[in-house]
Ligand binder design. Structure first.
Ligand code: COA
Ligand code: AMP
Length: 636
């Protein structure tokens, strides 16, 4: 029997949360049916949940809507046309621009018309490979307007990673930009796009490229189009109603192998869940300013830079810059003060980077931050030190919340819009309505309070979460649903405490979180293994003061291989194949890797060694002396 701590442990005085949570689990259909009234449907749902084909569940199976119309048109229609929808603040180009809802709608409808002119229709895919510029948001919304499916690829990925995604999702059009701007250097996107297209089996018919002033690029005649030209020639497009269950986007994320998983998000459940989250979790109302300091290439960017604030009629901030160095560790506080941000959402890494450069928070004192009511953090574990620093220096609630690309919105949080729980540093607080969270032993039994296990969620998952993987139902079942039948396996380990607070301690698979970016150690290993001198290799995540974790490579070389300069070559190889975002800096040549007698590499044991944790050495180890050598290297 799996334990349902939350419902047995919580009593009054927390009726708000408890009532909502119980209602969502005991009777999900009225709960989400009620939440769905916040959406404008072209065909309102008569049914809430289709559970006829477990383990595949669909929300609002007979409804129709257009997500873009919900994010833009309806706010213009209801009188918000002149309210800021999007504030673009670029610290790297020193540019600021505000788009009202009316302006954002005009740009979006026009770009949707441009895409339609290039052959994009309902169900077609569009890959978006762009830096943090307004055109990225406009392109996403324009796809939604046409009922097309966008797939945004983070700009820090190298051509090969982009190519893998293009071949899987097979876009009609790729939207990109001439360059991205990182502190101190201009990154040319177009050569990377061209290289990626050169590698694929399914090239797009067209590319649309935003020519940025800092560095323009060459366009290939007949294939590539300048954003400005297609916009000038386009006729604005109206929103196309789609089924609630139609895909809105595919976002690739790292799994345990080198092949990324295409997380599918539908239209209807997504709109319902995000709207619910804005009010109940983030305590934001229409007209207020919400800033997710992330990137549109990650799920946080999809949900909380683009869709949720706009669906609500709030104002969103699109920040092109870093927490430090653009130009100083006060950058975030400047943006908050200048744009009247009520809620800031970022990754703990950003706060650690700021704290490192401004430990006394002198920059906090330079700005009037009275508008800022909450700091929400997610993307990686919020270590208690970072929590204490931020809450002391900012003097506002600092809210840890836990979720994943797959879920699209928070699984566990402190739902300050409903009721504020006392904070326990290290815990993202309690499961959100719709998420029936259980901590399970390997044998499927529920763990008691305090016992570590696999964090799982009983099916069905709530609206807004992944219905499946892109063109890969079997992989969806194998990756998430087969380990504990009836449950979704999150891949994270942790426990509930006696009060029903959830503690998420880290991944129990080969996924690592580097600066809030999710990476697969398997993917990095696949690249290392292609080097002619490498006989075998392992990549593990090791603790890092700023980035939380960074990958570290361990390679065994082939007999007679030259190891001079090999580590540098391997670092460069990973950078060119996966991208700078992989942040691989250290590769050690080792005599052997620890393995079981059946040849399985003992990664968990190596991770423990690197983290300085004592972990029992498996009795199946082939040669325990290998660990002594590794210990010297890893802890050296
Ligand atoms: N396009 C191209 N390259 C990018 C990029 C992008 N959008 N984003 C990052 N990179 C590059 C960086 O320039 C860096 O390259 P380098 O190795 O040549 O210096 C590399 O990828 C690693 O980037 P990052 O991990 O971001 O490290 P950093 O040292 O540049 O910055 C922080 C450190 C802490 C400032 C940065 O990681 C940060 O802002 N983190 C916040 C995390 C975040 O927003 N996560 C999203 C989930 S909420
Ligand atoms: P991503 O899919 O990139 O959002 O990464 C999701 C993973 O990040 C989760 O499975 C966790 O391992 C980790 N993560 C995200 N938020 C938190 C958090 N608040 N606490 C602990 N881990 C987190």
């Amino acid at each position: 029997m799996a334990l349902r701590l939350i419902r047995t442990v919580y009593g009054s005085p927390m009726p708000g949360y408890r009532e909502l949570f119980d209602a969502s689990i005991d009777d999900p259909e009225p709960f989400w049916g009620d939440a769905a009234t916040a959406v404008t449907w072209t065909k309102p749902p008569q049914r809430v949940l289709d559970d006829s084909n477990p383990p595949f569940y669909r929300w609002f199976p007979d409804a129709e809507l257009n997500t873009c119309a919900n994010a833009l048109d309806r706010h213009v229609d209801s009188g918000r046309g002149d309210q800021p929808a999007l504030i673009y603040d670029s610290a790297v180009t020193d540019t600021k621009r505000t788009y009202t809802y009316r302006e954002l709608l005009e740009h979006t409808a026009r770009f949707a018309g441009a895409l339609r002119g290039l052959g994009v229709g309902r169900g077609d895919r569009v890959v978006i490979y762009m830096p943090m510029i307004p055109e990225a948001v406009i392109a996403m919304l324009a796809c939604a307007r046409l009922g097309a499916v966008h797939s945004v690829v983070f700009g820090g990925f190298a051509p090969h990673e982009l190519a893998v995604r293009i071949d899987d999702v097979r876009p009609t059009v790729v939207v990109s930009a001439s360059c991205g701007i990182e502190p101190g250097r201009v990154l040319e996107y177009k050569p990377m796009l061209d290289a990626a297209i050169g590698m694929v089996d399914h090239p797009p018919r067209h590319c649309v490229v935003v020519q940025r002033d800092r560095q323009r690029c060459e366009l290939i005649e007949g294939r590539d189009w300048d954003w400005a030209d297609v916009m000038a020639a386009a006729t604005p497009a109206d929103p196309v109603p789609v089924a609630a269950t139609d895909p809105l986007y595919v976002l690739y994320t790292s799994g345990t192998t080198g092949k990324p998983k295409g997380i599918v998000r539908d239209n209807g459940g997504h709109a319902v869940a995000l709207l619910w989250s804005m009010r109940h979790i983030y305590d934001v109302a229409p007209g207020e300013v919400f800033w997710a300091a992330s990137d549109v290439g990650w799920v946080v960017g999809h949900s909380y830079i683009v869709y949720a604030p706009l669906l609500l009629g709030a104002t969103t901030v699109l920040y092109e810059g870093k927490p430090v160095g653009t130009p100083d560790p006060g950058a975030f506080w400047r943006v908050v003060a200048e744009h009247g941000v009520k809620v800031l959402f970022t990754a703990p890494t950003a706060i650690r980077a700021i704290r490192k450069e401004d430990h006394e928070a002198e920059h906090v004192g330079r700005y009037d931050l009275s508008c800022l009511k909450y700091l929400f953090l997610a993307g990686e574990r919020l270590d208690p030190d970072t929590y204490h620093w931020a809450s002391a220096k900012l003097g506002i609630p600092v809210i840890d919340h836990w979720w994943q690309t797959e879920t699209g919105w928070a699984v566990a949080a402190n739902p300050v819009g409903v009721q504020r729980f006392p904070i326990k540093p290290g815990s993202p607080t309690v499961p959100m309505p719709g998420y029936d969270v259980h901590v399970l032993h390997d044998d499927g039994y529920g763990c008691d309070a305090g016992q570590e296990g696999a964090i799982c969620i009983r099916l069905p998952l709530p609206p807004g979460t992944l219905p499946t993987l892109w063109n890969a139902d079997a992989r969806y079942e194998a990756s998430y649903l087969s380990e504990h039948p009836g449950f979704y396996l999150t891949g994270d380990g942790g426990h509930f405490d006696e009060d029903g607070y959830l503690f998420v301690m880290g991944r129990i698979d080969d996924v690592i979180n580097v600066a809030g970016h999710r990476l697969s150690t398997g993917a990095i290993e696949e690249v290392l293994a292609t080097h002619p001198s490498v006989a075998e290799c392992a990549v593990i995540g090791v603790p890092d003061d700023i980035k939380g974790q960074v990958p570290r490579g361990l390679v065994v070389v082939k007999a007679g291989a030259d190891t001079d300069g090999l580590a540098d070559e391997l670092v460069a190889l990973v950078r060119s194949e996966i991208g700078a975002v992989a942040s691989l800096r250290i590769v050690d040549v080792v005599p052997a890797l620890p393995k079981t007698r059946s040849g399985k590499i003992l990664r968990k044991t190596m991770r423990a060694l690197a983290a300085g944790r004592d972990e029992p050495v498996p009795s199946t180890i082939e040669d325990p002396s290998v660990l002594d050598t590794l210990q010297t290297i890893l802890r050296g």
